[in-house]
Design a protein around this ligand. Structure first.
Ligand code: SAM
Length: 268
């Protein structure tokens, strides 16, 4: 195989490469890829997880932004007919375009932490073609994804991801597993899109609007923070006390408020 000069990790691409074999194996066991499955890896880097994903015999498509890594990935995996490299930005990538048969995609990635929140929103918008997703993220982001009403990290990201997916915080990973070591702890999360939405909203963009408005000022009461959208009577009519703070309202409550707003917009 062609020899490459050692790759210098780039901060702007959020490059923290996994080198701990124990952690890599634990991730692979959590994903448990199988022959016949259709996997997508976001940010394969130098191939730390890629190797094990491919050796399962599954079909694997990878999306990598850093041009310097493309030749290395092709030299390592390009001969494998199950491997396809997509050169580009996962934030702009049309994941639906990969789901060309009845198989739903299994998405995996040790993600660049600087883009993790926009990437979550980009992916949940395409979750109809996704079987599940396993991601390494900053531990605090995983706590935000998994938090329920009343918990410390509860907010917009968790509510919108939980609307679409079941969230499981699988395990934590210390910074020593990476090179260079990030300043924060990391964790692995599994997101499984709901077969049927537990709390369907009439219009998901209105749910996003209500949740965004509510958490713009998370310390204020619902009555104050939602003033531009709903008045106190409307909030009460949905069974919610207008003096609650947004962090005390669960997903089902936000969906009721959003459906109320959708009706008021349709019939002012
Ligand atoms: N998977 C490798 C590992 O575990 O060692 C690398 C993980 S590193 C945290 C993140 C990877 O995502 C890097 O390879 C980086 O170049 C790539 N990346 C950064 N931004 C990206 C983007 N917008 N789209 C696709 N890949 C991106």
């Amino acid at each position: 195989m062609k020899q490459f000069a050692p790759h210098r990790a780039r901060k702007r691409f959020g490059q923290n490469f996994l080198h701990d074999a124990g952690v890599i194996n634990r991730i692979l066991r959590a994903v448990a890829p199988r022959e016949g499955q259709h996997l997508v890896e976001i940010g394969p880097g130098q191939g730390a997880i890629t190797e094990g994903l491919l050796s399962s015999g599954a079909q694997l498509e990878v999306v990598e932004l850093d041009h310097d890594l493309h030749p290395l990935l092709l030299a390592r995996f390009g001969d494998n007919p199950q491997f396809t490299l997509h050169k580009g930005d996962a934030l702009k990538f049309d994941f639906r375009s990969l789901a060309t048969d009845e198989r739903k995609l299994r998405i995996v990635g040790n993600l660049p932490y600087n883009i993790s929140t926009p990437l979550m929103f980009h992916l949940i918008a395409q979750s109809d073609c996704v079987a599940d997703m396993h991601f390494m993220l900053q531990k605090e982001v995983v706590q935000r994804l998994a938090a329920g009403a009343g918990m410390n990290h509860y907010g917009r990201l968790g509510i919108m991801v939980q609307y679409h997916c079941q969230v499981e915080h699988l395990f934590d990973v210390g910074s020593g597993a990476f090179s260079p070591a990030p300043k924060v702890d990391s964790a692995i999360v599994r997101l499984t899109p709901h077969a049927q939405l537990p709390h369907p909203a009439d219009d998901v963009s209105i749910l996003e609007q209500v949740v965004r408005e509510a958490f713009n000022q998370r310390r204020k009461t619902l009555r104050n923070t939602l003033k531009p959208l709903l008045d106190a009577e409307s909030i009460e009519a949905e069974g919610l006390d207008p003096t609650l703070r947004p962090e005390q309202v669960d997903l089902a409550g936000f969906v009721r408020l959003a459906n109320r707003l959708a009706k008021e917009k349709a019939d002012p």
